[in-house]
Design a protein around this ligand. Structure first.
Ligand SMILES: [Zn+2]
Length: 245
């Protein structure tokens, strides 16, 4: 029996996708802290109320125990408890829309079995900060860091073509995967970025230091740019932003 106990895995996780399976079961996709994306079956999750007692829900950290499938198929969820609930996000209509969109992005951009370090904490930290306001910046910041963790890091400091330093305002070209310097930028058709907002996104300056109008303009510009970039890297994924800006 001891070997069976050792087979069980414990981890913290977010639910990122849930599908009915037959009348009683659920197929779940979890974004776990240590094991990346895991696909599981939660047997009788819809029939037995006491089994997982309302713990299988979005926008909360769950403490899960599951048994991996040695043949590579679905793991089996054996226990699940709620560990952290983001009540203020769940109770706010707008915040919920943003947060669920992040969940959907993760379920689309992270492949089954893929383990990308930092994704779990990215979602956790951003959910914890959402209630503090600056919702559009938070949304943009989430996407920026999601792209970086997935290997599409936007380096605003160097020209994507000649690798020269860029010190001021610049334009971003999704097809080049970055910003271009004045010498390489012949068309001037890229997304205009103000250096202050770039620094803001990179975490170099506090948001109060950026003037409101240029901040809004740059956020809008970055939104369009990210949508375009994500569209190139993940062609079939719906990366639309909540249409509130
Ligand atoms: Zn250049």
């Amino acid at each position: 029996m001891a070997t069976q106990v050792r087979e069980l895995v414990r981890d913290r996780a977010f639910l990122i996708r849930s599908t009915d399976y037959g009348d009683d079961h659920l197929i779940l996709s979890l974004l776990t802290s240590e094991h990346g994306r895991v696909e599981l079956i939660a047997r009788s999750a819809k029939k037995s109320l006491k089994r997982f007692v309302g713990s299988l829900d979005f926008l909360q950290v769950m403490e899960c125990e599951f048994k991996p499938n040695p043949h590579g198929g679905l793991a089996t969820l054996t226990q699940c408890h709620v560990q952290e609930v983001f009540e203020e996000v769940r109770e706010d209509y707008s915040l919920s829309i943003f947060a669920l969109q992040w969940t959907k992005l993760l379920s689309q951009a992270v492949q089954q079995g893929q383990n990308v370090s930092g994704l779990f904490m990215l979602l956790r930290d951003n959910l914890a900060c959402l209630r503090l306001g600056e919702i559009f910046f938070r949304d943009l910041s989430f996407r920026y860091h999601l792209l970086s963790l997935l290997g599409y890091h936007l380096d605003f400091a160097l020209c994507a073509r000649c690798r020269e330093n860029i010190g001021g305002n610049c334009r971003l070209y999704p097809e080049d995967g970055g910003v271009l310097c004045g010498d390489c930028d012949a068309s001037h058709r890229g997304f205009e970025l103000e250096i202050q907002v770039v620094k803001l996104l990179s975490g170099d300056v506090p948001s109060q230091s950026v003037e409101k109008t240029s901040y809004d303009k740059a956020l809008h510009s970055l939104q369009k740019c990210f949508q375009s970039l994500l569209g190139i890297e993940f062609g079939d994924i719906d990366f639309n932003f909540p249409s509130m800006l």
